[in-house]
Design a protein around this ligand. Structure first.
Ligand SMILES: Cc1cc2nc3c(=O)[nH]c(=O)nc-3n(C[C@H](O)[C@H](O)[C@H](O)COP(=O)(O)O)c2cc1C
Length: 206
């Protein structure tokens, strides 16, 4: 049980919306523990625990902005492109869009039985669990990726190897007044069908 009134799971699913800019308070203490435990409770074929969660907060988060800026410069150099001051500043400050960023990582486990796609799927489920737990506890959130998620230097700074992956940077905090988006009711049109066996071929003898 969580420490304070949590909203119903189905309500949290429709209430979860991406909020681009978040402010204090960030989840801390028991709330952050609940979010991390929700992430680690994701379905996980073979119980390989193919995920890791890196909390970026405070001065460490600011310092990680420099990692993102350096990675941008290296990507430009590799592509022979001229870096721009604007993009460099954006990379350096983008983590400032929320007071806490939770990096959800998929960690490749050697397994004969469980393919990487399933390990990545477990880590993605962990990310969604974290977002739903945060929503349920009253926080705003946004799952982001972009070039930085696939950059070898960024992965190395997070302690990931070349076979691991960043699943998402989860920005967590509190929406500014009036900035929370309304719940969404997805349109199911074209998304669902009921499978039926094909009609028997009359030419096929019984
Ligand atoms: C794997 C993944 C990566 C995402 N990366 C970004 C991103 O880099 N930038 C962004 O604006 N939104 C990103 N999103 C968020 C989606 O754009 C967002 O969920 C979508 O627009 C639907 O809006 P909602 O979250 O309010 O329902 C990402 C979502 C997922 C699942």
């Amino acid at each position: 049980m969580v420490g304070r009134a949590a909203v119903d799971t189905l309500d949290a699913i429709v209430a979860r919306r991406s909020t681009g800019r978040l402010t204090e308070p960030a989840p801390g203490g028991d709330d952050l523990t609940h979010i991390l435990e929700a992430a680690a409770a994701a379905p996980d074929h073979g119980e390989l625990r193919p995920f890791r969660f890196v909390v970026l907060e405070g001065e460490a988060k600011d310092a990680f902005g420099q990692v993102l800026a350096d990675a941008y410069l290296h990507r430009c150099a590799a592509l022979g492109a001229e870096p721009t001051e604007g993009q460099l500043a954006k990379e350096r400050t983008k983590l400032g869009r929320a007071p806490l960023v939770l990096v959800v990582c998929a960690v490749h486990r050697h397994s004969e039985a469980i393919p990487w796609v399933e390990q990545f799927a477990a880590a993605a489920a962990a990310a969604q669990n974290a977002l739903l737990a945060a929503t349920s506890l009253g926080y705003g959130s946004m799952w982001r990726t972009g070039d930085v998620a696939y950059d070898a230097r960024v992965k190395a700074a997070l302690g990931l190897g070349e076979h691991d992956a960043v699943v998402g940077f989860l920005y967590l905090g509190t929406p500014h007044d009036g900035e929370a988006k309304p719940p969404r009711r997805p349109d199911l049109a074209g998304l669902v069908e009921r499978w039926q066996p094909p009609p028997a071929d009359p030419a096929t003898p019984e």
